[in-house]
Design a protein around this ligand. Structure first.
Ligand SMILES: [Zn+2]
Length: 182
């Protein structure tokens, strides 16, 4: 019988500590808004299905986010503790195949996870290679548009539509120039 049949490590892990670890890693100086980088952030309850996943509201841009927003850990079907274990096994130099076996996952799933984790726990999954700040800003604002046109319009009012368009143009330019130089 394999050790993993006897000890289900993932089941022994503390979700609250896993989320605390992510917070400490991505915001060592305190929580900051991933959209505008403001530190004027208040807690705004917790995730409906993950009680240790803290939600926040930014007082500067009125944006909402949580512990995992903008990280490789957001939007995946694996619980955070599986990611943390994966990270731990990577530190032990286990192969993707060994990690998959320990976690009871598909090898191809684990390969995607380890590739993303190597880019950094708190780094946004890049669709194209960009400087992180530009990409996060663009992704956030586009996503915020969905179902919340009023909130976006409000942001535009205080922030200035022109500056947003300029940033967007800069992001496009950067993406284009990187592509052509590649
Ligand atoms: Zn903000």
């Amino acid at each position: 019988m394999a050790a993993s049949d006897l000890v289900n490590l993932s089941g022994l892990m503390d979700d609250a500590k896993c989320f605390a670890m992510v917070r400490e890693h991505r915001w060592p100086e305190g929580v900051r808004c991933p959209a505008c980088d403001s530190g004027a952030v208040i807690r705004d309850g917790c995730d409906d299905t993950q009680p240790h996943r803290q939600r926040y509201r930014c007082k500067a841009c009125t944006g909402r986010f949580d512990d995992l927003t903008g990280t490789v850990l957001a939007g995946h079907h694996q619980p955070l503790r599986v990611w943390v274990l994966c990270l731990y096994f990577m530190g032990l130099n286990l192969s993707n195949r060994q990690i998959a076996s320990e976690l009871g996952l598909d090898g191809s799933d684990v390969q995607i996870m380890t590739e993303q984790l190597r880019r950094g726990l708190a780094a946004k999954t890049p669709e194209v290679t960009l400087k992180g700040e530009v990409e996060i800003d663009e992704v956030y604002v586009v996503a915020g548009h969905k179902g919340q046109p009023a909130a976006v319009a409000k942001r535009g009012g205080s922030d200035g539509a022109a500056s947003w368009q300029a940033r967007r143009a800069a992001a496009r330019w950067k993406r284009t120039s990187r592509r052509s130089s590649a």
